[in-house]
Write a protein that binds this ligand. Structure first.
Ligand code: B3K
Ligand code: ZN
Length: 923
C-alpha cells in the first residue's frame, strides 16, 4: 500500500463485529516454504443485518480453498480480507491457505527461528496464519493439530492441554485443546528440537501443574533460573493476589529471533532467549533480575490479559499496565523494593517523559493509532503502571485487592475496557474516580510547582501576616525552578523569620500545568496524589496533625493550598515521596534543603531526586562556564556524596546511584531546550572533579565492597556488586583526572581479568571503553575470543561499544555492522548495536554533522523490508530531535525526509516519521 493511503483508526469508531466465532479447528502441515493451514471455524451472526457478509482478516496468504458448511461458496479476496457473502446466521467455514514461515522475516505470524517454527500473533499476526476475525473481542475455543516435517521437530506445542500425539504416515503429530475461549492474538504454536527442563507446581488447591521450559539444545543449565522464577511467580500470585493457575500444563519456550521480550500466549508463553537464558559466566545481575521480572510478567498475564482480555487495541494498557504493576510488586516482594522502585521511576523520568515531550506523545488510552505495533510504549506500559499505582495509593491495598478480585470475577472470559476496570475499582473501593479518569484520556507530563509560607494561625487565607514574603519567593522560585536552578541561600526563603508569633502554620501551595501534546492543546487538572512528609532543618521527621494517615494529599485543582500546624519553624515539606505521581516537580527548595533531604529523608526516591536536583542546579549554572574551562569546584555536591559514602545505613542499591553522576539521558529530561554539547561536557567534567576530590573515599569504598568467593545471584550480593562497580568507575576516573592513566588502566584491566562473573567483567569492559583506557582493545579482544560463539552473550560486545558517549561511536558502530556476528535480521543484534545508539546514546545519535542520522537512514532502508516493527522502534530517539539546536533540527529533518521517501515504506516507520515531521502543525 502506498504510504499516503495509510489511515489512522480512531478509538471512538469502535464497532461490534458482525459475526463472532465460537470454535476453531486448525490443522497445520508444517514445511519451511509451504506450510498448509486448514481452518474450520464456527461463525454466528451478531449483526441485525441479515445481509452483512462475513469479512475475515488475512494478509500474505495464498488461498487454496473456501467451503461453507462443506460446500463451495461465493467469496472475494483482497490484500487484507476474505469476504464471504450470502452466509446464514450460523455456519461452519473452512479455508485452506499456504504460508511460508522460512521467508517470514517480519517475525509476525508463523516464522522460523534458528530451525524452530514459532508464532507471534499479538497484535495482528494471526491474520498472517489464516483468515479469521483477528480482533481481541472475538473469543473462540481452539483445537489445534500440528503435523511436523521429518526433520528436527520432535516437540510440537500449542495452547492448552495435549490430547493426543504420535506418529502417522511417518510424521510426528500432536493435538492440543484449549478449554478457555481466547482471542486470536493469544494463539501460539511451536515446533522444533529443544532441551527440556521439567518440573511441577502444586497449586494452593492441590492441583499438580506440569511445567516445561524449552530452550536451545545445549542450553539446559542456562534455563534453571527461569524455571525457578516460574515457580516463584506462581506462588507469589497465589499469595499476594489469590490467583491460581488454571491449566494442567504451563509451557515456556525460548527462541532466538523475537521482536521484543516475550509473549503471554495462553499456557504457552514464548520468550526471547535474552529474557530466559542466564548463568554467572554469561549473564549480569541485571539479566537475572530481568529474567525473573519478565517470567513473572508473562505468567501474571494469565489472569490480567488472558482470562480477562481486551475489547479493542485502544485498551492495551488495561492488560499491560496492570501486569507491569503486578510484576513490579513481585520484584519488590521477592527481590529489592528499593531497586525495583528506583528503576521504574528512572524509566518514567527518562524515557516516558521524553515520549511525552515528543511527536508520538499519546494518552495511556490512545485516541488514534495507525500501526498498533508502534503503541507498545513506555506510556502504555510504564506510565500506565504508575496510574495503577496511584489508584493503589488512593484506595489502599485492601480495597485495591477487592477491586481486582471483583474485576476478574465480573469479566472472566470476556473482553473488557479500561472504563470497565475503573468502574469496578470505583464500586469496590467506594471512591469517586471521575476526575482521575483524565490520566487515561490526557497525554503529557503535568508540571507541579510547590511553594510554602508560614502564616499566623489565625490568618484564614487573607494573607494577613506574610503575604509579601510568599509572593516574593513565588516569582523568583518559579522562574528558578523552571530553569533548573536551586533558590540560592542568600535569597529570602519561607523558613526565614516570618514575623508572626510562635503560633504559626505552614501553608503548602501546589500548582499544576500540563503542556500541550499532539492533538491536545489544553488540559484539565489531574488528580495528583502527593505523598508528603515533613523534615526539620536538622533532619528530624515531624508529623503535623493535619497530615492524613497515609501521608497523601489529594491535589485536584490548578492551584490548591494545604495548611499544617504544630511544626517547628525550620521545617520543610517533603513532597512527592516515592514518586507518588508521574509528574515533573519543582519546588522552592534551597541547596541546604536538598542536602538535608539527601542525607536524612527515609524515602529512597526523595534522596535520589534531591541528589539530581543538586547536580541539575550545578549543570545549569555552569553550562556556559565549562566552554571556557572554568568549572568551579562542586563543593556542596562533594560534601553530600562524602556523607552518602560514609553513611553505612543507606541501602547499597541506593548508594550506588548516589555516588555517580546521573546519566545524560536523565539529566536531559530536566531541560526544555537541550544544549547537548554543553550538557555532555559539563556532566563529564563534573564527574572528574568529584572523582578527584573524593578519590580516597572512593578507593576505600571500592576496597570494602569487593566480593570474595563464588558468584551468587541474590538481592544482597547484586547490590554489593552494583556499589563496588560504581565506586570502581569513580576510582578509575579519579586516577585519570590526576593524570595517572596507568593506574586507571591497571585497576580496570585487573578487574576484568579477575572477574569470576559477567557483572564484574562487563562493568570493567564498559569502563575501559567509556574512559578510552589503553587496555580497551586488549579487553575487547579477550571478550571477543571468549564469547563470539555465543550470540546472546556477544550482544554485550556490541552494546558496550555502541553506548560510549562520543561522536566517534558512529564510526565504531558502522564497522561493527560488518562483524561476522552481526545479523540485521535478528532483532537482538539490531537492538544491541543500533538500538543502543538509537535510544541510549544521544551524543552519538545527534552528532553535529548528521552522521548519526545517516546511520539510522541506512539501517532503516534495509530493515523497512525485513522487519518494520524493529525498524520503527529504533527511531524513538531520532524523532525527538526538536529539543536540540537549530543545526541538529535541520539535519534531522533532512534525513527524516529521505527516510520518508524510501520505496514501500512500512506503515510503522511512516507513522513515526510523519508524526515527527508534522509535529509543529499537530500541537
Ligand atoms: N504482550 C506482549 C507484547 C506484544 C508486543 C507486540 N508488538 C508482551 C507483554 O507485554 O507481555
Ligand atoms: Zn505484557
Amino acid at each position: 500500500m502506498a504510504a499516503s493511503n495509510f489511515k489512522a483508526k480512531k478509538r471512538l469508531e469502535y464497532k461490534k463485529p458482525d459475526f463472532t466465532a465460537t470454535d476453531i479447528d486448525l490443522q497445520f502441515q508444517l514445511a519451511d516454504d509451504a506450510t498448509v493451514v486448514r481452518a474450520t471455524a464456527h461463525y454466528v451472526r451478531l449483526s441485525a443485518d441479515p445481509k452483512a457478509p462475513l469479512r475475515l482478516d488475512g494478509e500474505e496468504l495464498k488461498l487454496n480453498d473456501v467451503l461453507l458448511n462443506g460446500q463451495s461458496c461465493k467469496y472475494n479476496v483482497t490484500d487484507t480480507e476474505l469476504i464471504v457473502s450470502e452466509v446464514p446466521d450460523d455456519f461452519e467455514l473452512t479455508t485452506e491457505v499456504v504460508i511460508s514461515p522460512a521467508r517470514n522475516t517480519s517475525l509476525m505470524g508463523l516464522y522460523k527461528s534458528c530451525g524452530c517454527f514459532c508464532t507471534q500473533c499479538e497484535p495482528e499476526g494471526f491474520r498472517r496464519i489464516t483468515y479469521f476475525l483477528d480482533r481481541p473481542d472475538v473469543l473462540a475455543k481452539y483445537r489445534v493439530t500440528i503435523v511436523g516435517p521429518d526433520y528436527g521437530c520432535g516437540v510440537l506445542l500449542s495452547n492448552g492441554n495435549l490430547v493426543e500425539s504420535g506418529i502417522k504416515d511417518g510424521l510426528l503429530y500432536s493435538v492440543w485443546e484449549d478449554p478457555f475461549p481466547k482471542p486470536s492474538y493469544l494463539f501460539a504454536l511451536v515446533a522444533g528440537a529443544f532441551d527440556i527442563i521439567e518440573d511441577t507446581f502444586v497449586t494452593k488447591s492441590g492441583r499438580e501443574v506440569k511445567l516445561a521450559l524449552y530452550v536451545d539444545r545445549g542450553a539446559y543449565t542456562r534455563g534453571t533460573w527461569a524455571m525457578q522464577s516460574i515457580k516463584e511467580s506462581m506462588a507469589w500470585d497465589e499469595r499476594r493476589f489469590n490467583l491460581e493457575y488454571d491449566l494442567d500444563n504451563f509451557n515456556v519456550v525460548a527462541v532466538d529471533f523475537f521482536n521484543f521480550g516475550a509473549m503471554e500466549n495462553k499456557g504457552l508463553n514464548i520468550f526471547n532467549s535474552s529474557c530466559v537464558l542466564v548463568d554467572p559466566q554469561t549473564a549480569t545481575d541485571t539479566n537475572y533480575y530481568t529474567v525473573q521480572g519478565v517470567i513473572g510478567h508473562e505468567y501474571f498475564h494469565n489472569w490480567t490479559g488472558d482470562r480477562v482480555t481486551l475489547r479493542d487495541w485502544f485498551q492495551l494498557s488495561l492488560k499491560e499496565s496492570l501486569t507491569v504493576f503486578r510484576d513490579q510488586e513481585f520484584s519488590s516482594d521477592v527481590n529489592s523494593r528499593v531497586l525495583t522502585r528506583l528503576d521504574a521511576i528512572n524509566v518514567i523520568r527518562s524515557r516516558q517523559f521524553a515520549e511525552d515531550a515528543g511527536p508520538m506523545a499519546h494518552p495511556v488510552r490512545p485516541e488514534q493509532v495507525m500501526e498498533m505495533n508502534n503503541f507498545y510504549t513506555v506510556t502504555i506500559y510504564d506510565k500506565g503502571a504508575e496510574v495503577i499505582r496511584m489508584i493503589h495509593t488512593i484506595v489502599g491495598e485492601e480495597k485495591f485487592q477487592k477491586g481486582i478480585a471483583d474485576y476478574l470475577a465480573r469479566y472472566d472470559g470476556q473482553a473488557a475496557t479500561i472504563e470497565d476496570f475503573i468502574l469496578t475499582m470505583e464500586t469496590a473501593s467506594l471512591t469517586d474516580l471521575a476526575q482521575f479518569r483524565r490520566w487515561y484520556s490526557q497525554a503529557g507530563t503535568p508540571e507541579v510547582y510547590a511553594k510554602w509560607a508560614w502564616k499566623s494561625i489565625d490568618d484564614n487565607g487573607n494573607g494577613k501576616a506574610q503575604p509579601a514574603l510568599a509572593a516574593n519567593i513565588d516569582e523568583k522560585a518559579i522562574a528558578a525552578a523552571l530553569n533548573n536552578e536551586v533558590v540560592s541561600d542568600t535569597q529570602e526563603s519561607a523558613n526565614e523569620e516570618c514575623g508572626c508569633d510562635e503560633n504559626c502554620k505552614l501553608v503548602l501551595t501546589l500548582t499544576q500545568n500540563t503542556p500541550p501534546t499532539p492533538n491536545q492543546s489544553t488540559k484539565d487538572p489531574f488528580v495528583i496524589p502527593v505523598r508528603t512528609s515533613f523534615l526539620t532543618k536538622d533532619g528530624q521527621s515531624v508529623v503535623p496533625p493535619e497530615l492524613p494517615e497515609n501521608g497523601v494529599l489529594m491535589f485536584t485543582k490548578e492551584e490548591q493550598s494545604f495548611e499544617f500546624t504544630n511544626l517547628p519553624k525550620d521545617t520543610i515539606p517533603v513532597v512527592l515521596r516515592d514518586f507518588s505521581a508521574p509528574v515533573k516537580l519543582s519546588a522552592m527548595y534551597q541547596t541546604q534543603d536538598y542536602i538535608n533531604m539527601l542525607e536524612h529523608c527515609d524515602d529512597p526516591f526523595i534522596r535520589v531526586d534531591s541528589y539530581m536536583s543538586l547536580i541539575n542546579a550545578f549543570v545549569h549554572q555552569n553550562i556556559d562556564k565549562v566552554k571556557n574551562g572554568d568549572l568551579p569546584e562542586p563543593t556542596d555536591i562533594i560534601k553530600a556524596i562524602s556523607y552518602v559514602i560514609n553513611d553505612a545505613s543507606i541501602d547499597m542499591q541506593l548508594k550506588a546511584k548516589l555516588i555517580v553522576v546521573p546519566s545524560l539521558i536523565s539529566l536531559m529530561e530536566t531541560f526544555k531546550k537541550i544544549d547537548l554539547d554543553g550538557l555532555d561536557q559539563t556532566r563529564k567534567e563534573l564527574s572528574s572533579l568529584i572523582a578527584r576530590a573524593l578519590a580516597s573515599e572512593y578507593k576505600d569504598l571500592e576496597h570494602k565492597t569487593r566480593s570474595s568467593g563464588k558468584y551468587k545471584y541474590d538481592a544482597q550480593s547484586a547490590a554489593q556488586r552494583a556499589l563496588h562497580n560504581a565506586a570502581q568507575y569513580m576510582v578509575a576516573l579519579g586516577y585519570l583526572a590526576d593524570d595517572n592513566g596507568i593506574k586507571a588502566d591497571d585497576l580496570i584491566s585487573n578487574a576484568y581479568e579477575n572477574a569470576n562473573n559477567m557483572t564484574d567483567r562487563l562493568a570493567a569492559l564498559s569502563a575501559a571503553c567509556e574512559l578510552e583506557l589503553p587496555c580497551k582493545s586488549k579487553l575487547l579482544d579477550s571478550f571477543e575470543q571468549s564469547y563470539s560463539h555465543d550470540p546472546l552473550t556477544f550482544d554485550k560486545f556490541f552494546s558496550v561499544q555502541a553506548a560510549v558517549s562520543s561522536e566517534e561511536t558512529i564510526k565504531v558502530v558502522r564497522k561493527l555492522m560488518d562483524h561476522k556476528c552481526f545479523d540485521i535480521t535478528n532483532p537482538n543484534r539490531v537492538r544491541a548495536l543500533i538500538g543502543t545508539v538509537g535510544y541510549n546514546n544521544p551524543v552519538a545519535l545527534h552528532r553535529r554533522d548528521g552522521m548519526g542520522y545517516l546511520l539510522m537512514l541506512d539501517v532503516v532502508r534495509k530493515l523497512n523490508d525485513i522487519n518494520p516493527s524493529v525498524a520503527a522502534r529504533i527511531l524513538d530517539g531520532l524523532i525527538n530531535y526538536r529539543r536540540f539546536d537549530i543545526n541538529r533540527i535541520n539535519k534531522a529533518e533532512e534525513y527524516l525526509n529521505k527516510m520518508k521517501a524510501i520505496p514501500n515504506l512500512s506503515r510503522s516507520v511512516f507513522e513515526k516519521i510523519s508524526s515527527a515531521l508534522d509535529s509543529d502543525t499537530k500541537q
